[in-house]
Each structure stands twice: as structure tokens, then as C-alpha cells.
Design a binder for this molecule. Structure first.
Ligand SMILES: *[C@@H]1O[C@H](CO)[C@@H](O)[C@H](O)[C@H]1NC(C)=O
Ligand SMILES: *[C@@H]1O[C@H](CO)[C@@H](O)[C@H](O)[C@H]1NC(C)=O
Ligand SMILES: *[C@@H]1O[C@H](CO)[C@@H](O)[C@H](O)[C@H]1NC(C)=O
Ligand SMILES: *[C@@H]1O[C@H](CO)[C@@H](O)[C@H](O)[C@H]1NC(C)=O
Ligand SMILES: *[C@@H]1O[C@H](CO)[C@@H](O)[C@H](O)[C@H]1NC(C)=O
Ligand SMILES: *[C@@H]1O[C@H](CO)[C@@H](O)[C@H](O)[C@H]1NC(C)=O
Length: 411
């Protein structure tokens, strides 16, 4: 009794310092909706069958993929309707670029824009839609494109070599929507970003496994872009790029909670680099990160700058990270007239179990990176690059090699 009272008190106190740096909604574990219809895979192209079922499904219900491996081209989830991918079921994205082409006949090729393909799954102007289930959605970026001698990922590598852009689909694009849920799915092998939102308010990503090889270019896990009231919880993400990247190209991104996640290989927990409209009021609480290039990464520059403020990182445990903390206002050395500001960024209850390089890079004495450290433990031998950094508190170099991370952070 005594113990539970003090635990409660601790929970209240823990939330008190968080203020509004979080999703303002009251988010709980999603509940899988009832099915309007159940489909079995035919082994052929099931695009039309699935799309028709979605288009005629009763609002509030789900089209249930119940058995087998489905092959499909691009799908649109209508407003109010859900897709349910059952355990044991795989939904595979067909690899014919023509199916994804936006009209310029460039999907599956290289050019100087890289915007020639639509996503595999799109939501636009949807309200209360979602994708649920313990099944798998596979972007098949490791499989040869129909009629070509390369995979989507090989095309992406060719773009790097040719210094231009690949036209490849994202796995999911969610635009101008409200109250969207992704629950439990395993997402594999996306040709580009796995999940990106644009100007979407009310977005819950809960219990997903998202995986691509470390070598797969641009395979960001979840990118909330110009979006508000977002919760990403209990996810396992390992990809070839940012596990999560919060951006703000056309609208602000704010009130975002990342709770109890586990990130493996990739580029880390990122904010930026495009923060023109500002990224603020973000809480990252309960995170284990390992084997990645960056741990906590805030990146911008005067080309894509804006305000990044009121950010709380709490209860994070990291190991085998090249840069456990990388807060860089001169990312990629791009220049323009949008000055970034990184302010009121708090790190509490952090452990970094292996050596790495900490980079804190502001722009000037008048515009430093402003951070507060509270109970932050790192390993002896950590390298520092601090330039125009205003740091309140200290890094304590006392973590011993016997320490282990918990499942979600170090609690
Ligand atoms: C965020 O959620 C809060 C609480 O439900 C709500 O009052 C607010 O309008 C939401 N903000 C946006 C931009 O949807
Ligand atoms: C694939 O085709 C391109 C031209 O379309 C050619 O340059 C390239 O060498 C081919 N690659 C392989 C592995 O055959
Ligand atoms: C979604 O939004 C992005 C960013 O604003 C835009 O590039 C893309 O064309 C939009 N896609 C759809 C299907 O509306
Ligand atoms: C995520 O990874 C952790 C640690 O590897 C594991 O214990 C947990 O079961 C995984 N979660 C899911 C949903 O697979
Ligand atoms: C700093 O951010 C925290 C968390 O959102 C907030 O409660 C606090 O008011 C902010 N402080 C300032 C000076 O803006
Ligand atoms: C550092 O930031 C604090 C606010 O967090 C401010 O009060 C102080 O003046 C700053 N110091 C310098 C040298 O800029």
C-alpha cells in the first residue's frame, strides 16, 4: 500500500515537469475495430478486390485480410475506414513502377526531383481511419522492379552515385487527416520513408515493428511532418535512416510524445533538418537505442531553420552509438536566411554505456544551442565537440561497463 502510494506520487511528479511538452490527447492502447468483410489472398493481384472492399466498408469498421499473402498495387484508405492485417498474413507491394507513377512516367527512374511515385498506402483528408493487426506489410524494395534489372533500393544507390534522386514509393503517406491509428503491424522493406504524415493532427502509432537493413537509403521509420498531437509508443524500429524524424516544412510540428520505444540500427531519434515552421513541445520518454549513427539528433541549418524548443528527453539508455548526442545548427553546411534556434532542451535520467562523440554545434554566442542536463551519465573517454553551446548542468563520466539498458530506457 505504502509502496503504491509513493509510486503514484512519483508518476504525478514525473508528469508535472513535462508541462505541455507532449501529445495533449489522452492516448490509450488502440482497440481493433470490428470487420465489415473478410478477404483471403488469391495469389494474384488483389488490388481491386481490396480497394473495392475498402470503398464499400461501413465507417468505423475494417476490411480484414485473414489468410495468405496478398499482392497489391497502391491502395487508398477512405475516411472512417480501417484495414486489418491478421497475424500470419502478409500484404506485399507489387514492384511494377507503372502502378505507382504520378503521370510523368518517371516512377522507377532517376531525375532531379524524386517525386514521381505515389505511396503504397495513402490516406488523404481521412478522419478516424487506421491500419491494425499483427500481420506484415512488405514494401518489397529488395525485390527486382517489374521490367527492370534493379530493386528499388539499388535504384536509390544509383541515385547517390549519379548525384540525383530516385523516384520510388513511400510505404504510407498520410496527409491532411485527423485521428489516425497504426497498431501492432510489422512493416518491412520500404523503398523510401516507411510512414510519413503531412498536416495530420491526432496520430497514434502503437506497438509496431519497423525494419529495413542499415544499408537501405532514406528508409525513415516514422516521420511526423507539420503534424500535431502525435504519440509513438511501444515500437521497435531499425532502418537505414532516422528511426523517427520530426519535421516542419509547411506547418508546425508540436505536442508529440514518444513513449517506451526501442531503436536499433539507423540514424537515430531525430528532429529536423527541415523545421521552417518550428518543432516544439516534444517528449521522448523511455527509449533504448543501440548500434546507430546517432542517438538523440537535432539537425538544422540556416537553409531549413526554425525554432526547436521545449523538448524533453527523459529516461534514455544507449550503447554502441557513434554520436549519442548530436545537436547541430550547421547540418550539411547548407546556408540561407532561416536561422535555427535550439532552446529549452532538457536531458534527464540518461545513460550512455559506450564511448562516442558528443556534438553540440550552435551558430554564434548570440545563438547557441541551449540545453539542460540533469542526471546524465556517460562513459569515460567520450569525445566532445562543443561550439557555441550553452549548457546548464554537467555530463557525469561514471557509467561502468557492467550497466545494462532495460527494454525501454534504463528504468
Ligand atoms: C490536440 O489535442 C487537444 C486535446 O484533445 C485538443 O484540444 C487540440 O485541439 C488538439 N490540437 C490539434 C492541433 O488538433
Ligand atoms: C541495369 O541496367 C542499366 C541500364 O538500364 C545498366 O546501366 C546497368 O549496368 C544494369 N545493371 C545490371 C546489374 O545489369
Ligand atoms: C502529401 O503531402 C506531401 C507534403 O506536403 C506532398 O508532397 C504530397 O504530394 C502529398 N500527397 C498526397 C497524396 O496528397
Ligand atoms: C521490441 O524489442 C524488445 C527488445 O528487443 C522486445 O523485448 C519486444 O518484445 C519487442 N516488441 C515487439 C512488439 O516485438
Ligand atoms: C521549457 O519547456 C518545458 C517543457 O515544455 C516547459 O514546461 C517550460 O515552460 C519551458 N520553459 C521556457 C522558459 O520556455
Ligand atoms: C544560457 O542560457 C540561459 C537560459 O537557459 C541564459 O539565462 C543565459 O544567459 C545563457 N548564457 C549565455 C552565456 O548565453
Amino acid at each position: 500500500m505504502r509502496q503504491s502510494t509513493s509510486l503514484c506520487l512519483f508518476a504525478v511528479l514525473a508528469l508535472a515537469h513535462v508541462g505541455t511538452a507532449r501529445d495533449l490527447r489522452d492516448v490509450t492502447e488502440p482497440k481493433t475495430p470490428q470487420s465489415c468483410t473478410t478477404l483471403r489472398a488469391t495469389g494474384g493481384d488483389d488490388t481491386e478486390v481490396i480497394q473495392k472492399a475498402l470503398d464499400s466498408c461501413t465507417k468505423g469498421q475494417a476490411v480484414q485480410l485473414s489468410h495468405g499473402t496478398f499482392y497489391s498495387g497502391p491502395l487508398t484508405i477512405p475516411s472512417g475506414v480501417n484495414l486489418l492485417v491478421d497475424s500470419g498474413v502478409t500484404l506485399k507491394a507489387l514492384t511494377n513502377p507503372a502502378l505507382y507513377d504520378l503521370g510523368a512516367n518517371t516512377c522507377g527512374t532517376l531525375d532531379e526531383y524524386g517525386v514521381g511515385c505515389k505511396a503504397f498506402i495513402t490516406m488523404h483528408g481521412a478522419r478516424s481511419s487506421g491500419i491494425y493487426g499483427k500481420g506484415t506489410i512488405d514494401g518489397q524494395a529488395n525485390v527486382r522492379m517489374t521490367g527492370k534489372n534493379q530493386t528499388w533500393w539499388q535504384l536509390s544507390n544509383a541515385a547517390l552515385a549519379a548525384k540525383n534522386y530516385q523516384n520510388v514509393p513511400r510505404l504510407m503517406q498520410i496527409n491532411n487527416s485527423l485521428d489516425i491509428t497504426l497498431y501492432q503491424l510489422t512493416l518491412l522493406n520500404s523503398p523510401f520513408y516507411f510512414v510519413a504524415t503531412s498536416e495530420t493532427n491526432g496520430f497514434t502509432v502503437w506497438g509496431l515493428n519497423i525494419h529495413a537493413p542499415a544499408s537501405a537509403r532514406n528508409t525513415d521509420g516514422v516521420d511526423p511532418i507539420g503534424s500535431q498531437n502525435v504519440t509513438i509508443a511501444y515500437c521497435n524500429i531499425s532502418t537505414g535512416d532516422d528511426a523517427v524524424a520530426i519535421k516542419a516544412m509547411t506547418a508546425p510540428s508540436r505536442h508529440i510524445s514518444l513513449l517506451n520505444n526501442h531503436f536499433g540500427h539507423g540514424n537515430g531519434m531525430s528532429i529536423g533538418s527541415e523545421v521552417n515552421y518550428g518543432a516544439s513541445d516534444v517528449l521522448v520518454s523511455g527509449l533504448t537505442q543501440h548500434d546507430s549513427k546517432n542517438g538523440v539528433h537535432i539537425k538544422s541549418n540556416t537553409f531549413r531553420g526554425g525554432h526547436v524548443e521545449n523538448i524533453i528527453y527523459d529516461n534514455i539508455c544507449m550503447y554502441n552509438i557513434d554520436s549519442p548526442f548530436r545537436l547541430d545548427m550547421e547540418y550539411m553546411d547548407l546556408h540561407g536566411n532561416r536561422t535555427p534556434e535550439f532552446r529549452n532542451i532538457t536531458f534527464s535520467n540518461i545513460k550512455v554505456l559506450t564511448r562516442g562523440r558528443i556534438i553540440i554545434h550552435g551558430i554564434s554566442n548570440a545563438n547557441p544551442v541551449e540545453i539542460k542536463l540533469n542526471n546524465v551519465h556517460i562513459t569515460k573517454g567520450t569525445a566532445f565537440f562543443e561550439h557555441f553551446a550553452n549548457i546548464t548542468g554537467t555530463w557525469v563520466e561514471d557509467v561502468s561497463s557492467s550497466t545494462r539498458c532495460g527494454k525501454y530506457g534504463n528504468l
